[in-house]
Write a protein that binds this ligand. Structure first.
Ligand code: ASP
Ligand code: MG
Length: 478
């Protein structure tokens, strides 16, 4: 039955019990599909540790990065110890782990010797991609031990990207060519490729990464190139939820979402999917499932093109960090936009895509979102970069920068459900709204709030959403 791409996230490859689940899922789906391809992330926490190692190498802190590499080695070797592997598979795997980590240690060493290396971002990508290489080898060995033809494949041989190290974009024509040449022939031999997520390489073979959380994007690139029928993302949660379950305890799984809704969700802060993975799937109409590796029988969330009739107003609410800029001055916003763009690019290598702005006769307010892929420390770094840029351009006296929270209400056709905005504002009657904007896909309504008010607002809006869901006591019965 066609071709399935399954992506396993860090939580599903991070420990032996989870890997047993992975094996069970692969054994079952291998029976059902003609072609199966796997994409794997690094073990959970490993990419963070690798980034830290790269950072310490840059500071020439040799003891620091060596300690990290030693810890990573122990973690991977002890995971291999716990897996039911034969002696040959185990020995080969242990040798592979050592070889990859020694190579990576050499790269750290060369960075420590020459921290002013102008190609620093390329060196960092070489270091931080090793987590996926390790994970792919472990999963492939586990498959082979169970009579499946698992082969670990480094996506550096498949995904050709531009040279935007740290946040590279694939060149699809070349990538398709490589995949047709190297990957597709394996499928006809019943091989299950276990492909490293997150990494690619430039045309000349220099390793790159696709941005944090990029393994999701890898899965969608591979799916498009092999014309997959479906993509399944295996995570540690039951699916895409009405809000972040870490923030609000009664968050619920959403059974069905459109591509537009989920793209908005991912962009505005639901960390569950990489925002850039949705576009290619939407274009090729490949359905996407998000499922829980620990509860594989639960339905999860399906993302596909939905008919307008299945649009049922508000489905989710997200929260994300951003920065707001206020000026006691009203006039053109072009200069400030350029500065914001510059500062954001400097700290996160992302361009500003969304800006919420408001003007009155005396004041201007501009707000932008820090991409979720940029990591939690990005707000502070961007604020500092922006303040420095304002000072450089002698604009610091006019513009004040402060952290804000952006709460986004997600649902299809919000523009034709004007009562939604009214209801949301009613729920927030005692909260000060600094800005309000509806996205161009009309799937998202964003509110800018002071961070100290945001958590309460999120909970209040979520309560409203849950009360309207089908099956809830207060849901409309029509
Ligand atoms: N391991 C990478 C990260 O932590 C990529 C991924 O998990 O998708 O960002
Ligand atoms: Mg992820």
């Amino acid at each position: 039955m066609g071709t399935l791409v399954m992506k396993f996230g860090g939580a599903s490859v991070g420990a032996a019990p989870a890997l047993t689940q992975v094996l069970g899922i692969v054994l079952q789906e291998h029976e059902r599909w003609d072609n199966l391809l796997l994409v794997v992330s690094a073990l959970d926490g490993v990419t963070d540790a690798l980034l830290e190692a790269a950072h310490l190498a840059q500071l020439s802190n040799r003891r620091g990065y060596r300690r990290i590499v030693a810890t990573l080695r122990l973690r991977h070797l002890s995971l291999v110890e716990q897996l039911p592997l034969g002696v040959t598979e185990r020995n080969a795997l242990q040798a592979d782990i050592d070889r990859l980590l020694f190579d990576m240690l050499d790269t750290c060493q060369s960075l420590a010797d020459n921290p002013a290396n102008p190609r620093i971002h390329a060196v960092i990508d070489r270091i931080i991609g090793v987590g996926e290489r390790l994970a792919a080898r472990i999963v492939a060995a586990l498959l082979r031990q169970n009579n499946l033809r698992g082969v670990a494949i480094d996506a550096t041989d498949l995904i050709v990207t531009d040279t935007a190290f740290g946040n590279a974009t694939p060149q699809m024509a070349l990538t398709r060519q490589r995949i047709a040449q190297h990957l597709v022939p394996m499928l006809t031999r019943d091989i299950i490729p276990v492909i490293t997520g997150f990494i690619g390489a430039t045309e000349t073979g220099q390793p790159t990464t696709l941005g944090r959380g990029g393994s999701d994007y890898t899965a969608s690139i591979i799916a498009v190139a092999v014309e997959a029928d479906e993509v399944w993302m295996w995570t540690g949660v039951d699916g895409i939820m009405t809000t972040d379950p870490n923030e609000v305890s009664d968050a619920q799984v959403i059974p069905l979402l459109s591509y537009d809704e989920v793209a908005e969700l991912a962009y505005f802060g639901a960390r569950i999917l990489h925002p850039r993975m949705i576009g290619p799937l939407r274009e090729h109409r490949i359905p996407l499932w998000v499922k829980n590796v620990f509860r594989p029988r639960e339905a999860g969330t399906l993302i596909r093109e939905t008919e307008p009739s299945s649009a049922q107003g508000v489905k989710a609410v997200t929260i994300i960090n951003g920065l707001g800029l206020t000026a006691a001055y009203s006039g053109p916003l072009t200069a400030i936009s350029a500065l914001i763009d510059e500062a954001l690019f400097e700290t996160t290598s992302s361009r500003t895509e969304v800006m919420i702005s408001a003007q009155s006769s005396y004041h201007s307010f501009v707000c932008f979102v820090i991409p979720t892929s940029a990591g939690p420390e990005a707000v502070q770094a961007t604020q500092a970069a922006l303040e420095a840029a304002l000072a450089r351009h002698k604009m610091a006296a006019e513009w004040k920068v402060s952290p804000v929270s952006i709460i986004t209400v997600i649902g299809q056709h919000l523009n034709s459900h004007t009562h939604v905005a009214a209801e949301v504002l009613k729920v927030l009657k005692d909260v000060r709204v600094l800005g309000l904007s509806q996205g161009p896909t009309s799937c998202g309504l964003s509110l800018v709030l002071a961070p100290e008010e945001a958590e309460r607002a999120l909970r209040q809006i979520h309560t409203m959403i849950v009360s309207k869901r089908p099956g809830s006591a207060q849901a409309p019965t029509a």
